[in-house]
Design a protein around this ligand. Structure first.
Ligand SMILES: [Ca+2]
Length: 518
């Protein structure tokens, strides 16, 4: 894999050099123009991408983007589930500050006057627009954008200017559906976990979104103000629906299974979960573990969907080239968290393990390094100050993150000692209440402390040596020889804050909170 990764990097550097030679020299007026931003958010994408060293990924377009920018090899989301992670990235605040730990809380409940990342750009003269999923669906934020939030179902969503909690929906055109019309449904209302679609790219939501984004880029490029265009892609989130040609790119027999199919030795049971999200889909047999046949099909579908999304990303990059603005547009691509494909016996996200918290982050910025990988730990809260810094905007006040522009110039550097993720859990064995697991990752170790939610008592700890045990097979926290490692990393634990809404509600009612399975 090392050789392959080296070859990929080498090719990326070569392509970047060719691109730089071919790029026309910018004249003085052009160089003074503000940079545009194209943000590409990919739902549930773990770094199974060629530029991250994957042997089986078919991702030529994300690899093409990597050749133009910096791949952050150790970027971590702040909580491995959609809304908390996206909210954290787009507000520049950790979940402990946004108070968004679930899929049913708007960040303006706790932070009514928060200036979001796109809102900051809007305040500095940018035209800001959102296509498809950026915030979690149903928790949009009208103040963030210059126009209503567009979705591939043919509708837009805005929020009442006087009341952020009131959504204003409008029908603006025809939309597209994901499944075939006669798809069977589970009791949850969800269809099959996998579908080999007979539809063309643009007859599915992500292709439809890419077509809209291509049109927007062509229009925005002609405006006299810079733009911040955010484009969300829904795949590879479940269900794995992609046109047949993307399934045909992958041979399921060559897609490897997990290195470990059960929880790490010595890990607390509540570090895992019961695969609740997957079990909501039609055709997934109840109970665990997931059978080998189903698992093989799911892994095939996940990679097919990555390739489908990758093709849509390529259309956006082509649109920048065709509009002649690639050399004055910062492109940032992120997956909102990692994904477990049966690893540890787990599917989807919702944990503090490496595979759930580590996600792709690629930034291509004019004048910065190209075709290189930054391996120091970074966090999604760093995206907000990075983009503001890269575009010459003043920094917003009170952000939790750090600008990564120094790493865009010198990818071998480091801007922070650790990345911190967190995940709430219900009542654990032997505890008196809901827990908050804080997971601290440096350049070698992952230390997780499960603490009383809103309290100080630590009820369980985990320590994994990511250098020598990257599959996280053994929890080393009880081994005395690693006490100094734990002591050093534990200093990064955040101070106790108020309990999460779920913990507060459980304490008030006296009922046990249930583990999160969303
Ligand atoms: Ca997600």
């Amino acid at each position: 894999m090392l050789l392959e990764r080296t070859l990929v990097r080498g090719l990326a550097c070569l392509l970047a050099t060719v691109a730089a030679v071919r790029a026309p020299a910018a004249n003085a007026a052009e160089s003074r123009r503000p940079l545009n931003v194209l943000m590409i958010a990919v739902d549930d994408l773990r770094p199974d991408i060629g530029c991250y060293g994957s042997r089986i990924a078919k991702t030529p377009h994300m690899d093409r983007l990597a050749a133009r920018g910096v791949v952050f090899g150790h970027a971590y989301c702040q909580q491995a589930v959609c809304s908390p992670s996206r909210t954290s990235l787009l507000t520049g605040q950790r979940p402990d500050a946004t108070r968004v730990f679930d899929l049913k809380t708007h960040f303006r409940t706790a932070l009514p006057d928060c200036v979001t990342l796109p809102q900051h750009f809007k305040a500095h003269g940018y035209h800001c627009a959102a296509l498809s999923k950026l915030y979690h669906r149903g928790y949009e934020d009208g103040r963030s954008w210059s126009e209503p939030h567009w979705y591939p179902n043919g509708k837009t969503v805005d929020t009442d200017p006087d009341d952020w909690s009131q959504q204003v929906t409008a029908k603006v055109g025809n939309g597209v559906e994901e499944y075939a019309t006669d798809t069977p449904r589970a009791e949850s209302g969800k269809g099959p976990a996998c579908e080999v679609s007979s539809k063309a790219d643009d007859e599915l939501p992500d292709g439809f979104t890419a077509a809209e984004a291509v049109r927007r880029i062509a229009t925005l490029a002609k405006q006299d103000k810079p733009f911040f265009l955010a484009v969300g892609f829904l795949k590879p989130h479940l269900p794995f629906v992609a046109p047949k040609k993307y399934w045909d790119l992958h041979d399921p027999a060559t897609i490897p299974g997990p290195a470990i199919d059960h929880l790490p030795e010595g890990a607390p049971a509540f570090a895992g979960h019961a695969n609740g999200e997957l079990h909501q889909y039609f055709g997934i047999p109840p109970g665990n573990p997931i059978s080998d046949d189903v698992a093989r099909r799911l892994r095939h579908g996940y990679h097919a969907c990555i390739s489908y999304t990758d093709a849509q990303i390529g259309r956006l990059l082509d649109a920048l080239d065709q509009a002649g603005i690639a050399d004055r547009t910062v492109v940032v691509l992120w997956g909102d968290h990692g994904w477990q494909l049966g690893d540890h016996g787990l599917w989807h996200k919702h944990t503090n393990f490496e595979l759930a918290t580590r996600a792709p982050l690629i930034v291509a910025a004019p004048g910065c390094a190209a075709g290189q990988t930054a391996d120091a730990p970074v966090e999604f809260v760093d995206v907000y100050p990075t983009l503001a810094d890269a575009c010459g905007l003043p920094s917003a006040a009170g952000l939790a993150g750090t600008s990564l522009v120094p790493l865009l110039r010198d990818p071998q550097g480091s801007v922070k000692p650790v990345a911190i993720s967190q995940y709430p859990r219900g009542k654990g064995d032997g505890t008196d209440g809901p827990l908050m697991g804080y997971s601290i990752r440096d350049d070698r170790w992952r230390f997780t402390a499960w603490r009383e939610d809103g309290g100080v008592q630590i009820v369980a700890t985990e320590l994994y040596d990511e250098r020598n045990d990257p599959a996280e097979t053994r929890n080393l926290a009880s081994d005395p020889q690693f006490k100094s490692v734990i002591d050093r990393l534990a200093k990064h634990l955040p101070p106790p804050g108020p309990p999460s809404p779920k913990a507060a509600k459980a304490a008030k009612s006296g009922r046990k909170a249930q583990p999160a399975t969303l």
